[in-house]
Design a binder for this molecule. Structure first.
Ligand code: ADP
Length: 174
């Protein structure tokens, strides 16, 4: 039985993440989606909201489970007995970051392999930052996220009730 761990911020989950998790579930016996809840960057959604949206996304997928975590990724992977960490690759700039992360994780835990899946070409441009930016400006995100995520984004930005844009796109990474 090979359990894979797919960590990320998922702020919010979008079709790029969903595609990677679904494909990983065809390769491994179980995929645990780890919603990191102590990121250094500011999040739009609370950990509970991000976990709830991810859980709803995979409620019909018995091989995919969702958990929050707030420790070193390799430590959590070991705790849940995952032998593989799954990541997704979109553009070349992802590669450098993921390459460094994979080497660091391998230094920390040689018993855990990092497997990177190449994005589906239709999701190449998709990131949580892009989705948040478009939603904050009232754009149509229906092809990028499930309907309940789009509703949560619209509600969040409505609640903010602020004339100034709250989210800025600063880089290709989210
Ligand atoms: P992080 O903030 O740690 O980069 P994210 O929630 O943004 O985490 O993403 C988690 C994982 O999903 C990362 O490996 C990221 O590269 C991958 N990912 C994000 N968007 C896409 C996409 N459109 N296609 C493939 N993989 C993606």
């Amino acid at each position: 039985m090979i359990r894979a761990f797919f960590p990320g911020s998922f702020d919010p989950i979008h079709y790029g993440h969903i595609d990677i998790a679904s494909r990983a579930s065809r390769l491994f016996d179980e995929v645990v989606i780890g919603v990191y809840n102590k990121p250094m960057k500011n999040m739009l959604f609370t950990p509970e909201e991000r976990i709830a949206m991810a859980k709803r996304t995979f409620e019909e997928e018995p091989k995919i489970v969702v958990q929050g975590y707030n420790k070193l990724t390799v430590d959590f992977a070991r705790e849940i007995n995952a032998k593989v960490i799954v990541r997704g690759l979109r553009v070349f700039s992802d590669f450098e970051y993921e390459f460094r992360m994979a080497l660091a994780n391998h230094r920390l835990a040689q018993d855990i392999e990092v497997v990177a899946l190449i994005t589906n070409e239709e999701h190449t441009f998709l990131s949580s930052t892009t989705v948040r930016e478009i939603a904050s400006l009232g754009g149509n995100i229906s092809t990028m996220v499930p309907s309940y995520v789009a509703e949560a984004l619209n509600q969040k930005f409505a609640e903010m009730n602020d004339d100034r844009p709250n989210v800025h796109m600063t880089s290709l990474r989210d």
